[in-house]
Ligand binder design. Structure first.
Ligand code: F6P
Length: 319
């Protein structure tokens, strides 16, 4: 019987549990033995490796977080540690390793595959910042969380006729900020890909006030600006005194949206099918409505940056 191990790594994201469940059940259905590894790559070194059954993954599909725990383990960039991990996996007779995580996690899988391990990566991060896929599991849920939160902030900003600054995650990418801005009607979105000078932000706020807007919402992607500095700048250069809300880890929690749970199921199915047919060392991505697996090199090259059309549309609609 062939053995598959799965781990979750990097920042957690809604849908990780749905992917663990789908991988486990699909793999068992196809006759594999399946093992969970706790705490990501660190768990390989700590030998936190244990068998998973269909029952072990019962009831987790709607739960946020990851039942396998996760960890950031920058030491895994060290080749000696990678070799140690490879050797440990081999002592457990693991034939394939499936990594659920973001781009750092995929790089870990790439390194292990270069040492001869058969690996697959399921893209899972709220940031949606991975090459080779238009959607990462967790992004849609985080977007919905942000839209819900901004709606509430908008209510109170409206009552108090105030400018509201809301900082969202996304690391170096503006996907969450831009799409959430479009979905909740933000007046201004600051993303790292399209830097808007703060003087222009102030000018925009004054113009919208002249046009009769009583309040404005500014979404700041964490990679674009320090939101505290944005607030201080606006306060210094205008008569506005903005509120500031940093949504933070709220965006990573919660059960997956239907879209993310279904994406997790479909990607997991393709992942196990590919391993059965002898294909490995791939990122399982979502491209133009289809689940497609690309080599790690292709995935790194095929970037899906923020949609400039969305950015232009947002500024038209926020007038
Ligand atoms: O990658 C997911 C993410 O939530 C980013 O949006 C954010 O920059 C980062 O992780 C926060 O990381 P940590 O959990 O190490 O604080």
């Amino acid at each position: 019987m062939r053995r598959i191990a799965i781990l979750t790594s990097g920042g957690d994201a809604p849908g990780m549990n749905a992917a663990i469940r789908a991988l486990t059940r699909k793999a068992i259905h196809e006759g594999f033995e399946i093992f969970g590894i706790e705490r990501g790559y660190l768990g390989i070194i700590e030998e936190k490796i244990f068998p998973l059954s269909n029952r072990d993954v019962g009831g987790i599909i709607t739960q946020g977080g990851t039942m396998l725990k996760t960890a950031r383990f920058p030491e895994f960039q060290n080749e000696e540690i990678q070799r140690k991990a490879y050797d440990i996996l081999k002592t457990y007779d693991i034939d394939h390793l499936v990594v659920i995580g973001g781009d750092g996690s995929m790089r870990g899988a790439t390194s292990l595959s270069k040492l001869g391990m058969s690996t697959m990566t399921i893209p899972c991060t709220i940031d949606n910042d991975m090459g080779g896929t238009q959607y990462t599991i967790g992004y849609d849920t985080a977007l919905n969380t942000v839209v819900d939160a901004v709606g509430r902030i908008r209510d109170t900003s409206n009552s108090h006729e105030r400018v509201a600054i809301v900082e969202v995650m996304g690391r170096k990418a503006g996907h969450i900020a831009l799409k959430a801005g479009l979905a909740c009607g933000a007046e201004i979105v600051l993303v790292p890909e399209n830097p808007m000078p703060l003087h222009a932000v102030c000018r925009h706020l004054k113009e919208t006030q002249i046009r009769g807007k009583e309040y404005s919402v500014i979404l700041v992607a964490e990679g674009a600006y320090n939101s505290g500095e944005v607030k201080a700048f606006i306060k210094e250069h205008t008569e506005f005194d903005p509120s500031l809300t940093v949504l933070g880890y709220l965006q990573r929690g919660g059960g997956p949206s239907a879209f993310d749970a279904i994406l997790a199921a479909r990607m997991s199915e393709v992942c196990i099918n590919l391993l059965m047919s002898g294909v490995a060392n791939r990122l399982v991505g979502y491209i133009d409505g289809h689940i497609r697996a690309l080599s790690y090199e292709e995935a790194e090259r095929l970037e899906f940056p923020i949609d400039e059309k969305d950015y232009r549309l947002l500024s038209i609609l926020s007038s």
